[in-house]
Ligand binder design. Sequence first.
Ligand SMILES: Cc1cc2nc3c(=O)[nH]c(=O)nc-3n(C[C@H](O)[C@H](O)[C@H](O)COP(=O)(O)OP(=O)(O)OC[C@H]3O[C@@H](n4cnc5c(N)ncnc54)[C@H](O)[C@@H]3O)c2cc1C
Length: 412
Amino acid sequence: MAKKIIVIGGGAAGMLASLFAARAGARVTLLERNEKLGKKLYITGKGRCNLTNACEKEEFQRQVLRNPRFLYASLAVLDNFGMMDLMENLGVPLKVERGQRVFPVSDHASDVGRALEKALRTAGVDIRLNTRAASLLEKDGRCRGVRLFNGAELPADGVIVCTGGVSYPATGSTGDGHRMARDAGLAVTPLLPGLTSLHTGEAWPGELAGLSLKNVALRAYAGKKRIYAQQGEMLFTHTGISGPLVLTLSSLLPQELSQVRLSIDLKPALDDGALDARLLREVGQNPRRSVSSIMDTLCPHSLGQTILALGEIPPGLPACEITHAQRARIRGLLKDLPLTVRSLGSFEEAIITRGGVSVKEINPSTLESRKLPGAYFAGEVLDVDAVTGGFNLQIAFSTGALAGKSAAQAEA
Ligand SMILES: Cc1cc2nc3c(=O)[nH]c(=O)nc-3n(C[C@H](O)[C@H](O)[C@H](O)COP(=O)(O)OP(=O)(O)OC[C@H]3O[C@@H](n4cnc5c(N)ncnc54)[C@H](O)[C@@H]3O)c2cc1C
């Protein structure tokens, strides 16, 4: 007899779980609280859906920030190249861009969502929209189905929880799966916004809001320990900093932010000596110009003004009158512009949720709960996350695929 499987949540993980369970012979019902499937998928990659990354296996594992080894079996069932084949077979041609990021050729995330939905219907999945699961039904130590918010009970041989994290809650991910896990006695690690902007303790970034910087180095220290050092792009916002370097950093910060110190190196290609020589050259060639216009040769105007203000150097000072100590302060700020972190950007704007159902509670070979057999967890609801570049969607697709396959083929 075909197994009856219920999948809770019709996002990236839930769609793949449903597809793989149905293709493995199960009768699948997919419950989605929204009026359509994959609401978050439609806004990924700024509406273009960076669905995966075409890097090799070792590189993929390196980009996973938490619990990469937990993913071995999931990636064995469906890795990034398998996902690319699957999409192309569903009629969605793909392209690879900078950083091996994979997008649909059409640049429309909706093509990915629609193709997956069509595949689900072809595989015979019973899709129930506007249907919100409230809890897992438990009997004799096993998960036996789902109770809906309207009180209805749906029996099943296996239930796959794919409710996502708690970021961008307007898309439907509000932590229902974490509650279901806790109710079943499963540990959930602390939830934090990930891949998000940072609010700084200092107000001056707000004066530079909108200014983006290329080829700068961002370093972060927790106490004396350096926890991050990367070169790339970042930008200032009304309340702090954001941009690619900052998003990745946000996912690496400790929960306790008071010990964290940030440092921006605006001239990573120049050491202190080379930078001083550059400054002296500018001063020597333009002795009558103001220090403000000397700064304009080194960095964007508004940032130069900020550096002078932080260094307490009058912008109108003639270059020939800059003292040795003032020059040292300018160099110091160009190489080590300090910032502190007041808080992480909110869940409303965070691209992912850090933390989730503890992977210690889940068998990595099947994604079944060790404490509540018959219940499976896949996607962002789990305590697994990665940097930007298509890795988070691939984690959802891969864990969804494994959970679907194993639930359909389970012995009990
Ligand atoms: C703005 C933005 C852009 C992003 N861009 C990218 C990108 O380009 N590439 C990338 O790899 N990652 C990207 N991500 C991250 C990626 O979208 C997520 O990691 C991924 O969608 C997680 O998939 P999921 O299926 O686990 O969860 P979700 O996509 O959040 O899906 C969960 C689903 O479960 C439903 N649900 C929740 N509770 C219930 C319930 N009780 N009953 C029924 N249904 C329920 C929700 O409505 C939702 O549809 C982006 C995220 C955001 C917010």
